[in-house]
Design a protein around this ligand. Sequence first.
Ligand SMILES: Cc1cc2nc3c(=O)[nH]c(=O)nc-3n(C[C@H](O)[C@H](O)[C@H](O)COP(=O)(O)OP(=O)(O)OC[C@H]3O[C@@H](n4cnc5c(N)ncnc54)[C@H](O)[C@@H]3O)c2cc1C
Length: 482
Amino acid sequence: METIAIIGGGFCGTMAAVNLARLASRPIRIVLINCARPVARGVAYGTSRPEHLLNVAARNMSAVPDHADHFVDWLRTRVDYSDIPDPQLREMFVPRRVYGDYLRSLLFNYLSPIDRHCPAQIELIEDEAIDIEPSPDGPVTVLLKSGEPIVANRVLLATGNQNPTPFLTNGKPLSHPAYFADPWQDWHSHLPVENANIIVLGTGLTMVDVFLTLTNLNWRGKLIAVSRNGKLPQSHFRGIDYPDFLPAEPEKLGLKKLVKLLEHHCAQLRRLGANPGIVVDRLRPHTQRIWQNFTAQEKREFLTKYATRWNVVRHRVAQPVHQLLTEAITDGNVQIVRGSIEQIAPDAGRLRVTIHENSGKTSHLEGALVINCTGPCAGLSETDIPLFKNLLKRGLIHTDELDMGIDVAPNFAVQDVSGNKSDVMFGIGPLMKGSLWETTAVPELRGQALRAAEILVDAAGVSAEQDYRMSVEQEHVLEYCI
Ligand SMILES: Cc1cc2nc3c(=O)[nH]c(=O)nc-3n(C[C@H](O)[C@H](O)[C@H](O)COP(=O)(O)OP(=O)(O)OC[C@H]3O[C@@H](n4cnc5c(N)ncnc54)[C@H](O)[C@@H]3O)c2cc1C
């Protein structure tokens, strides 16, 4: 019997495993290896806080591309949601922990199937994969930190994002009881007195999570959020009827012409009193192709000049959340500082944060808690993750041209240091950021998880005659209806 090992049990790994089990017509061993974050839930849906909401409406959160309403239908099975009228339920931004329950329940079906005839069962191993030993002609061996090695015919890398870049003091990662390098740690059990400040490094979606938790806990001190651009995520909004403005093949425009076109339409939308974010939504079905057609120089230019603006408009929060944050800023309970952090130094039980503000002035803030919400570390070549260090050393993977992730071919095959496509190792999810740019949210990732499973069952020779393959049109509609 073939063994498929999946490294990483967040959304991508879990849904790849579930789809493999759905697609397999004959026995196959699926081993899901996960550590550090709760299985199925991963980083995003591992929060236990009720105030942390999805930032995509329920209608577009199905985990399976071939059942567009699967998540909404699953919500209906829960008493909390069963009586909510359909139009309202579909537009809800439900707590992320509920979405984590959804993913967990999908996995549970195959971890402990009640149908004894199910050909594929998923085996969960809670351990860290630290290396993969190739063999010249056949299965590879996945080495684990503490358990027995796993011999596998194929391996899917679904390890998600790296942790945030550590803040260094004197060349070492900052360590202090008032400093939380990981925003998903339990910092809320250490809330300071209310005349103290909490300083958040970053002003994006994770900062918004911190703000919501403080609000929910009724903490009345001041939150100061610092980032170079000081930009907050935008709110979801209702679109307007706006004519199609993209040419038939927008990927052929190149960066310069594309920016000119988008800026023209943003200005036009502003004149109409509409949200220019519509432009980003219209581009979404084409984003991956546009990115793939950019030259390396264009990609670099996009990252330095436009990526911040793109991210702010692209990753939005629910409107009531945005309103709450705006009110807190107006009331002075939240302060946004534009600048870069120069130093974080211990000051008795607290931390003194030195900021070089964009205005040119240097300021010092005292934080009773400092939480790093700067987002995942971007570079892979300098990674300290054992698995990737070892795979890079072996030449089994190599970083994409921007060092944002690994080089992966369109069929998800990992490419080695010489550019050869692997028959054994595959990769999906945020690891493909450098190759695709847009590979972050469920609407893209669910398609990847299904397609990767199809490729793996085909390779194992256990695909059913009838499977769940989507037509191109279905796929298109599902991936991009935000
Ligand atoms: C806070 C947050 C909120 C989000 N909200 C939304 C939303 O509302 N809607 C939406 O569409 N998208 C959202 N996203 C984006 C998206 O859904 C997630 O990023 C997605 O869940 C990524 O899944 P993943 O499996 O690739 O990674 P992860 O969820 O990070 O899972 C990877 C798992 O692999 C484990 N792992 C890594 N390396 C190893 C190893 N060597 N051995 C064993 N295990 C390993 C990790 O510990 C982790 O458990 C959100 C993301 C975040 C961070």
